[in-house]
Design a protein around this ligand. Structure first.
Ligand code: F0G
Length: 466
C-alpha cells in the first residue's frame, strides 16, 4: 500500500542574506551574489499547491503521514512511505521517486530518561535517539535527500569533509546509489568506528594532516575544479532532510510541543534544520506553539556560544577547536547564521559545557540504558546548566536530541570507565560523580569464588550508593 499525493510543493532556493533566488545552486552552494548560504523556501505553501492533501489541511497531512508508516511491500513507493524522511515528503523539495536513495532512515525512538531527569532536576525528560538511524547517526536523514539530489544530477562522485559521521553516512548512501564517494577527514581526530564505516562502504578516504576546518577549505577548492557533488550541510537538501527529525518528534508527542528541545552544536546544520522545521510546522498550523530550541557546545569548540554571548550574534570569530567530543571539534561553523536565526525565532539559549561535564552526562545517559556518543551528551550537560540558570524550570517538558550511537566512539567510553579519560580533574564534586558512574572491567582468574566475591563487592557498592 502506498499513498502518493498528486503533485509536490513548489520549492525554491533563496539566499539567507541578500534574498537572491537563483534557479539552481553552484557547486559550492554559495550565493553567487553575496557568497552566503542558500536555503529552500516553499512559496507553494502560501498559494494554490495542487496537492492532495494540501499543506493547508493539517489534520489530513497528519493522517497521511501516519498511514504511510504502516505501508507494506518492497517496491519503490512502499520504501518511500516506510522511510521516516520521505513519508513527510510534502514538506520537502520535490525529487523524482526513481532518484531516491533510501535506507529506511528516520523512524527513530523517543525514550524517557528517568535517571537523567533526576540528575538534571526536571520532571519530564525524553530523548529522541537519532543514533538509531541506519549508519547510527542523525546524518542519514539529511543524506538520503542530498544523495538523491546528486543521483538526480547524474554525478559520478560525491564528497564531504567530516568529523566522521557525515562521511560514514555519505559513503553508505553513495554506495546504495552506485556513486563513488570521496571523504576528507582530519588525520587522527575521528573515532575508529566512524572511519571503519566509510572504508567498508567503499569510500575513497583521505586522512588530511589538518583539522575539520582545514578539510572544509580543501573541499571547497576541490568542488570548484572537479565535477564532484558537495554533501556537507551547506548543501540545503541536507537541511531539508534533517528537518524530519522534528516533524517525527512532534508526531510522537501527539503534536503537543515540548517546552524545550536541546541539540548539540558543531557545524550548526542540525540545529538550523530542526529550528526550520519548528517554524514551518507552526506556519502550517501543524502545532500551536514553538518549543524553545537551545544549542550546546563544548567549551573547547565554542565559537557559536561566544558569538552569541560576546558579540550578540553580530559576528563569529573562528577558533582552533579542541574537545574529546570529536564530532563537534569544529572552529568555524558554516551554518552559524541559520542557527542564530532559529535561536532567535524560538527564544532558545546557547550554552557551553566542560569535558568532564560531557563525560559525566554521557555515562548518565548510558546508565539509563540508552547510551550515545560524546557529542550527543552535551545536551544533558547543557540542560543541567540551563536548569541551574533558571532558563529551564523543573516542571518543563524537555527533549534532548541524541545525535550518535554509543558504539560510534568506544575508546572514549572505555577510557572513561577505566578512569583514564582525564588527568587532573580538580573539582571534587565532579570527580566523585564521575567515580560513581565508572564501571571499569574487572579481570579475574577463571574461578567461581573470584566471580562471587566480585558480585558481592558490587552489591556492597550499590547499597552504599543507594
Ligand atoms: N553530534 C554528532 C554525533 C555529530 O556527528 C555532529 C556533527 C554534531 C552533533 C553536530 O551537528 O554539525 O549539524 O551542528 N558532525 C559532522 C560530521 C560535522 O562531519 O560528521 P552539526
Amino acid at each position: 500500500m502506498s499513498t502518493t499525493p498528486k503533485a509536490q510543493p513548489v520549492s525554491r532556493l533563496r539566499c539567507i542574506a541578500c534574498g537572491a533566488t537563483p534557479d539552481s545552486a553552484d557547486q559550492d552552494f554559495r550565493c553567487t551574489t553575496c557568497g552566503d548560504l542558500l536555503e529552500f523556501v516553499f512559496p507553494g505553501w502560501t498559494g494554490e499547491t495542487g496537492l492532495d492533501p494540501s499543506p493547508h489541511d493539517p489534520s489530513a497531512l497528519k493522517d497521511l503521514w501516519l498511514r504511510r508508516r504502516i505501508s507494506v511491500g518492497n517496491d519503490r513507493s512502499a520504501a518511500l512511505d516506510q522511510s521516516g524522511v520521505w513519508r513527510f515528503r510534502e514538506l520537502l523539495p520535490h525529487l523524482p521517486e526513481e532518484n531516491v536513495i533510501t535506507l529506511r532512515e528516520g523512524n527513530t525512538p523517543l525514550y524517557s530518561l528517568p535517571r537523567c531527569a533526576r540528575a538534571a532536576g526536571v520532571d519530564h525528560l525524553q530523548a529522541k535517539h537519532q543514533g538509531m538511524n541506519p549508519t547510527a547517526s542523525f546524518k542519514d536523514t539529511g543524506m538520503t535527500v542530498a544523495a538523491s539530489a546528486a543521483h538526480q544530477g547524474k554525478f559520478r562522485w560525491v564528497a564531504c569533509a567530516s568529523t566522521g559521521n557525515t562521511s560514514a553516512s555519505m559513503a553508505a548512501y553513495a554506495a546504495r546509489g552506485n556513486m563513488r564517494s570521496l571523504v576528507l577527514i582530519p588525520e587522527g581526530k575521528i573515532s575508529w568506528g566512524k572511519l571503519s564505516q566509510s572504508l567498508d562502504y567503499g569510500a575513497l578516504t583521505c586522512q588530511l594532516r589538518t583539522d575539520f576546518d582545514g578539510c572544509v577549505r580543501i573541499l571547497n577548492e576541490l568542488v570548484r575544479q572537479k565535477p564532484v557533488y558537495l554533501l556537507n550541510s551547506v548543501n540545503p537538501y541536507r537541511i531539508e532532510g534533517q528537518k524530519t527529525a522534528a516533524i517525527e518528534l512532534m508526531e510522537q508527542l501527539g503534536w503537543e510541543p515540548p517546552d524545550h528541545i536541546i541539540v548539540p552544536g558543531g557545524n550548526l546544520g542540525n540545529s538550523s534544520a530542526i529550528g526550520k522545521a519548528l517554524v514551518e510546522m507552526q506556519e502550517l498550523r501543524l502545532m500551536s506553539r514553538l518549543p524553545k530550541l537551545s544549542i550546546i557546545q563544548a567549551e573547547g569548540a565554542n565559537p557559536f556560544y561566544r558569538s552569541v554571548r560576546e558579540f550578540g550574534g553580530k559576528k563569529l570569530e573562528p577558533m582552533i577547536a579542541d574537545t574529546l567530543a570529536s564530532a563537534i571539534r569544529i572552529g568555524n561553523p558554516a551554518s552559524w547564521k541559520k542557527a542564530l536565526r532559529v535561536l532567535q525565532a524560538t527564544g532558545g539559549e546557547v550554552e557551553q559545557v566542560t569535558e568532564v561535564e560531557i563525560a559525566i552526562a554521557k555515562a548518565e545517559i548510558g546508565a539509563d540504558g540508552i547510551g550515545c556518543e560524546p557529542a550527543s551528551a552535551v545536551t544533558l550537560a547543557g540542560l543541567k546548566k540551563l536548569r541551574r540558570s533558571g532558563f529551564v524550570k523543573a516542571g518543563d517538558s524537555v527533549v534532548l536530541i541524541l545525535t550518535g550511537h554509543l558504539l560510534k566512539d568506544p575508546d572514549f567510553t572505555i577510557q572513561f570507565h577505566r578512569g583514564d579519560l582525564f588527568t587532573g580533574v580538580t573539582e571534587e564534586g565532579e570527580a566523585a560523580r564521575a567515580k560513581s558512574l565508572q564501571r571499569g572491567p574487572v579481570v579475574l582468574d577463571a574461578d567461581l569464588g573470584a566471580v562471587i566475591a566480585a558480585l558481592d563487592a558490587a552489591e556492597g557498592i550499590q547499597n552504599s550508593q543507594c
